[in-house]
Ligand binder design. Structure first.
Ligand SMILES: C[S@@+](CC[C@H](N)C(=O)[O-])C[C@H]1O[C@@H](n2cnc3c(N)ncnc32)[C@H](O)[C@@H]1O
Length: 321
């Protein structure tokens, strides 16, 4: 047997017509992949590329008293994998609509029987668990199931926790309530999270900070997986300029030169009405003043201004075109 045939057999695609280009197998150094690939115990059903995604996002919880909730137990194999991965302090919980799944309970693994779209059931579950660090939605994968579960459980995930939805490809399948750009598909809904997360920077009254803005620090879209990492963001992100005093002073001088060349006294920049078209000097001045004002504003927020006395209110600065 040739090397290509052996590769096809290893990949489980023997007999299929295929090109040489294949997807990379997850790294052997990934403990979740090692567990899955050697699993002789209860059945686990996962797409191969999920393992690196899990490990990238979950590894910081290993060895800690983490509470993980997986919707969709099936044969219970994935719950055992999480238990082994997170260690003896982890509390692993599963939800399934199928009452037979109760048999897969064991030390560290609790199973709750119910429908992921049943708000009363989810509410009772939250009361029982008290706290969740990681949610994995691997349940029925219909739009209504993913959306309802997200709305019920995302706010409940701990403030540095993770919400992961898998098998998002059903967002493109009609029988699951999806379809390309279909109204109400989970993927269409989730695209809005990108705007919400960036709402601190919005100049449009239709986009204002909401709970996603204040609780999400990262939204990761992968093939068929969405991972949202939570972190409390009570206010707009902070930026600073660091570097040598002489460079910062040069920015100040450039701002001063540009504005004074337009007939403004140094230190008293002309404030342009929003939308007005300044000349080249004004444009250069606006750029430098924008940067200068950010430096002073942020330095002020840090309790110290490297350019004390040079302050502008952010509303005075016209937007850089
Ligand atoms: C894809 S399997 C889960 C696979 C498992 N997590 C694994 O990795 O091996 C989906 C499971 O979701 C369950 N399920 C389907 N609809 C559900 C619902 N509305 N509420 C809760 N569980 C549901 C099914 O009974 C099935 O066991």
């Amino acid at each position: 047997m040739g090397i290509l045939d052996r590769l096809r057999r290893t990949l489980g695609i023997a007999g299929e017509k295929c090109s040489l280009v294949v997807r990379p197998v997850p790294d052997e150094a990934n403990p979740l992949w090692r567990y899955f690939a050697r699993n002789k115990g209860r059945v686990i059903h996962k797409w191969h590329h999920y393992f690196d995604i899990y490990h990238n996002h979950f590894h910081r919880f290993r060895g800690r008293p983490v509470t993980l909730l997986e919707i969709g137990v099936f044969q219970g194999g994935s719950l055992q994998m999480w238990k082994q991965y997170f260690g003896p302090e982890a509390r692993i919980c599963g939800v399934d609509i199928n009452p037979d799944c109760k048999q897969f309970e064991e030390d560290q693994i609790q199973i709750f029987i119910g429908d992921q779209t049943d708000r009363e059931f989810i509410s009772e579950l939250k009361n029982t668990l008290g706290h969740i660090d990681i949610v994995i939605d691997d349940g029925g994968h219909t739009m209504i199931q993913q959306l309802t579960t997200f709305r019920e459980l995302f706010p409940f995930v701990g403030e540095t926790g993770i919400y992961l939805v898998e098998d998002l490809h059903t967002s493109y399948w009609e029988e699951f309530g999806g379809g390309y750009k279909a109204n109400g598909s989970f993927v269409e809904y989730a695209k809005g999270f990108i705007d919400s997360m960036n709402a601190w920077h919005s100049r449009d009254p239709r986009l204002v900070p909401d709970s996603m803005t204040r609780t999400a620090t990262g939204i990761h879209f992968y093939d068929s997986i969405l991972v949202i990492e939570k972190y409390p963001n009570g206010s707009k992100p902070i930026q600073s300029m660091t570097g040598s005093d002489s460079e910062l002073a040069a920015i100040r001088k450039a701002a001063e030169r540009a504005t004074s060349s337009e007939g403004n006294p140094p230190g008293n920049p002309r404030v342009l009405p929003r939308g007005s078209q300044g000349g080249r000097g004004e444009a250069r001045g606006r750029c430098a003043w924008n940067r200068l004002s950010e430096v002073t504003r942020n330095a002020g927020e840090h309790g110290r201004s490297p350019l004390a006395g040079w302050r502008l209110k952010s509303d005075d600065i016209v937007p850089w075109p």
